[in-house]
Design a protein around this ligand. Structure first.
Ligand code: SAM
Length: 333
């Protein structure tokens, strides 16, 4: 097992300026609340739903990859964890998905995030879940400007990942083409062929449609409801990279700069890193597609997305906010 000393012995990262600095400060400053306080969140229904979508993604796309048998017999001395699942959670935050990966029976988990305080909290969460029985290594890293090898030893990276997961964080890389490329290089470089890349990102089509639907005379380019607000700075200027908007989500994200990820240019760029899409759905569709599913239907009740009578725990505004995201899966070929 790795104790994460890689990260601990390095000097703290210097303070980042500009938009990245705002993103780091925001995530670092959010308090780690216990499970009881979380139950009191006014958007607990939406938070449960987002967690359920991530569980579905992990079970449907990452789980098979984790448990695939190796195609080649392993060479001497290299076989000890060939059959086990190895996951990279890029932008892992406070480790909110650790229990999902435990359920997916991961063997090795590597978590990276730019917010060093969040990384410390993720490590503590893993330590308190020792029953989970998987190895975990955590490091603070700007995954969109720095290679993984800067924070993790080559010994740790040499055995390729079966899965790379980026939940609610990839869009920050679309500030520039250079950052998006660095991110994709980190995703693909250490992922095995046949391995999967899963993620959740804002729904660009939905966001741009809402922008187009604003009355032509309005100067304040804001839309949303009681749960979320999005503010664009310009109506016409729509670059592929650096298409910025400001995002507010009740009890979660306070006016942080984010970037539109247009699907087709993303797919085009990903193909340069041998990553090809196998799944892309809006969150509403993920719900509809799986509500009758023998595993994911009952899971929805256990995760309190709906009650035993099938009543949703989200009000209208939360349900609308849910669809500002899409889920995706790519395969490395
Ligand atoms: N993946 C976690 C989850 O689903 O609970 C956290 C999601 S949180 C909305 C977004 C995360 O992206 C934050 O923890 C933030 O620090 C991280 N992030 C933003 N820019 C990053 C970068 N350049 N490198 C690594 N992580 C980054």
């Amino acid at each position: 097992s790795d104790d994460g000393s890689d990260a601990r012995n390095r000097p703290p990262a210097k303070k980042a300026a500009g938009d990245v600095g705002m993103v780091i400060d925001h995530y670092n400053s959010r308090p780690e609340v216990g499970v009881f306080q979380r139950l009191e969140s006014p958007i607990i229904g939406l938070k449960n739903f987002n967690n359920w979508v991530k569980s579905v993604l992990i079970s449907r796309f990452a789980h098979p990859a984790l448990h695939q048998k190796p195609q080649q017999p392993s060479g001497p001395g290299r076989g000890h964890n060939q059959q086990a699942g190895k996951v990279l959670d890029m932008g892992c935050g406070k480790g909110g998905d650790l229990s999902k990966w435990a359920k997916a029976k991961v063997r090795d988990y590597i978590g990276a995030d730019i917010a060093s305080i969040s990384i410390e909290q993720a490590r503590q969460r893993w330590e308190s879940q020792r029953g989970a029985r998987f190895n975990a290594t955590f490091a603070a890293l700007d995954c969109y400007t720095q290679p993984l090898s800067q924070a993790f030893s080559l010994d740790l990276l040499r055995q390729p990942f079966d899965v790379v997961s980026m939940q609610f964080c990839m869009h920050y890389a679309f500030e520039t083409e250079q950052k998006a490329r660095c991110m994709l290089d980190n995703v693909s470089r250490w992922l095995r062929r046949g391995g999967v890349f899963i993620g959740t990102i804002p729904n660009a089509e939905q966001l741009l449609q809402n922008l187009d639907d604003l009355p032509p005379s309005t100067e304040d380019l804001t839309f949303g409801n009681s749960v979320y607000k999005i503010r664009f700075e310009d109506r016409k200027h729509r670059p592929v990279f650096g298409h910025k908007y400001w995002f507010f989500l009740q009890d979660a994200v306070e006016d942080v700069p984010e970037y539109i990820v247009r699907w087709d240019p993303f797919v085009q760029l990903a193909s340069e890193y041998n990553l090809y899409p196998v799944y892309k759905e809006e969150f509403h569709h993920v719900f509809e597609e799986h509500q009758e599913h023998p595993e994911f239907g009952p899971l929805m009740v256990r995760m309190k997305v709906v009650d035993a009578n099938g009543e949703s725990s989200m009000d209208e505004d939360q349900w609308e906010a849910a669809n500002i995201y899409i889920a995706f899966a790519f395969e490395k070929r």
